[in-house]
Write a protein that binds this ligand. Structure first.
Ligand code: FPP
Length: 241
């Protein structure tokens, strides 16, 4: 089966999963850890190079402070609990997003696990926290503007590759497969630039119920898609011969 190099996931539906069981939303977020673990394991096993998970968007700061607190505490606990296992599996973990606004303790743990796993050669796991696709594009634009202002960059020389080099996922392949759980079919300000040619796959399943069969279905659907990148089917056939 043709395996995507980069899989990007919006893990949605934790709150509704909990509500359906008469549980507080926090229980849904806690139950969301298990499918994260499973997805990391399955992607490693299948030879996926990069897995990017949307854990907390720039807009999620607008949630009630109590829920934001629960999520931040959960990230901290998950990092403490899973870091050894991830390191042992050869996973390299990186975070993208505006991290200066996160708590000092969480920032320190994030930096610690990043440096500890940086040299690992297995799955590249990217966790987006405080991330927004528009924020990412604006940050890249600022970098270019500063370089132009300093006289080290000719604005007319800016091309797509040069712009992409300023984005959070610089140097990594674009996502091939985008998965969103929870039934909504939108990108919600995730990797706006990088998802340009991703194959989109949606499931009604809430994130805590996402399992190996669902992942298999997503990979199966991906394998059947013809990716033309703007070319015609005939051109692609000729290139394959
Ligand atoms: C969206 O569901 C989910 C989140 C905002 C949090 C995602 C976090 C986890 C899955 C926890 C573990 C993650 C890591 C990387 C350790 P929602 O709250 O929007 O659900 P709803 O749409 O049903 O309300």
């Amino acid at each position: 089966m043709h395996v995507p190099r980069h899989v990007a996931i919006i893990m949605d539906g934790n709150g509704r999963w909990a509500r359906d069981r008469g549980l507080p939303r926090a229980a849904g977020h806690r139950a969301g850890i298990k499918p994260v673990r499973l997805t990391v394991e399955e992607c490693s096993r299948r030879g996926v190079e990069v897995l990017t998970l949307f854990a907390f968007s720039s807009e999620n700061w607008l949630r009630p402070p109590q829920e934001v607190g629960v999520l931040m505490q959960l990230f901290l606990e998950a990092l403490d609990r899973e870091a050894d296992e991830l390191a042992a599996k050869g996973v390299s973990l990186r975070f993208i997003g505006a991290r200066a606004v996160l708590g000092a303790e969480l920032q320190a743990r994030m930096a610690g696990v990043e440096s500890r796993t940086a040299a690992n050669t297995g799955l590249k796991l990217i966790v987006a926290i405080g991330y927004g696709g528009r924020w990412d594009i604006v940050e890249a634009a600022k970098r270019l503007a500063r370089a132009a202002q300093a006289g080290t960059l000719d604005p007319d020389s800016i091309d797509e590759a040069g712009f992409a080099a300023g984005l959070a996922l610089a140097g990594l392949p674009d996502p091939d497969l985008f998965i969103r759980t929870g039934g909504d079919q939108r990108i919600s300000n995730f990797l706006l630039w990088n998802l340009a040619y991703a194959e989109l796959w949606f499931t009604e399943a809430f994130w805590p119920a996402f399992d190996a069969a669902a992942l298999e279905a997503a990979f199966g659907a991906f394998a059947t898609r013809e990716r033309r990148f703007g070319k015609t089917a005939a051109q692609l056939k000729a290139e394959r011969c």
